[in-house]
Design a protein around this ligand. Structure first.
Ligand code: ADE
Length: 237
């Protein structure tokens, strides 16, 4: 059985979207992973196919009904139990490479994509959904965040990435003390008056490795003081 993703959404047309192309798309065609969508509206019980209602307590927007979302979850679980339910929301824990690895190592995911103001809290709790955020910004719905999560997981699946090493060397690869990646260069060696750093043309592998390490550390220190502090404390401990 290949890694199995199901997206519960009001906009199934958004899938596979970019994941039908390039690496993820090829892997999908090769059945290294499987993607299904479920239209949440199909689980509405009334003839108007109502999926949402006004928030209790008042306020703007609409809230997805717990009974409708619960029925969609049940249908997805029926075709592959044991997969975690992940609700994409800016209230969730931030998506990071550690979570991506964990999800990619499992049987797959069921992704719950909200619109409007979100989901009734009771179905989140009743179904034990893991709440995950793509970042500290607000999207108009969970779908782009679901696509992003899937992209990050799929590239880790066996046989998906071309070069086995390139995944291991990237930013966040050292899970406990990640550094940002060093900068990359290719030919031409001189372009618009800008030269490739000389050490990279020296053929001196140890010097190249040292330079890259320094560049990675400098970039992390300057751009991501949060990651740098973690790195330094791991190194000390
Ligand atoms: N839905 C709306 N904004 C989101 C975010 N930042 N992450 C995940 N899901 C979302």
């Amino acid at each position: 059985m290949s890694w199995h993703a199901t997206a519960l959404t009001l906009f199934p047309e958004m899938f596979p979207g970019p994941l039908g192309l390039s690496l993820a798309g090829r892997a999908l065609r090769e059945e290294r992973w499987r993607l299904d969508t479920r239209q949440i509206r199909d689980f509405a019980a009334d003839k108007h196919r109502t999926v949402d209602d006004t928030p209790c307590g008042g306020g703007a927007g609409m809230v997805l009904r717990p009974d409708v979302v619960d029925a969609a979850c049940a249908a997805a679980l029926a075709e592959g139990a044991g997969r975690p339910l992940v609700y994409l929301t800016p209230r969730g824990r931030l998506l990071d490479q550690a979570l991506v690895r964990e999800l990619a190592a499992g049987p797959g995911v069921i992704l719950v994509c909200g619109r409007y103001e979100g989901l009734d809290q009771r179905v989140i709790e009743a179904r034990g959904m893991r709440e995950v955020s793509a970042g500290d910004f607000v999207l108009s719905g969970g779908e782009p965040a679901a696509l992003l999560l899937l992209d990050a997981c799929v590239r880790l699946l066996p046989g998906v990435m071309g070069g086995a090493d390139s995944a291991a060397e990237e930013s966040f690869a050292e899970v406990d003390a990640p550094l940002l990646e060093y900068p990359h260069y290719t030919r031409p060696v001189e372009w618009q008056g800008r030269a490739v750093p000389e050490v990279l043309l020296s053929g001196h592998h140890a010097a190249v490795a040292r330079w890259r390490r320094e560049q990675a550390e400098a970039a992390t220190r300057e751009r991501r003081p949060d990651l740098w502090a973690r790195h330094v404390s791991r190194r000390a401990g």
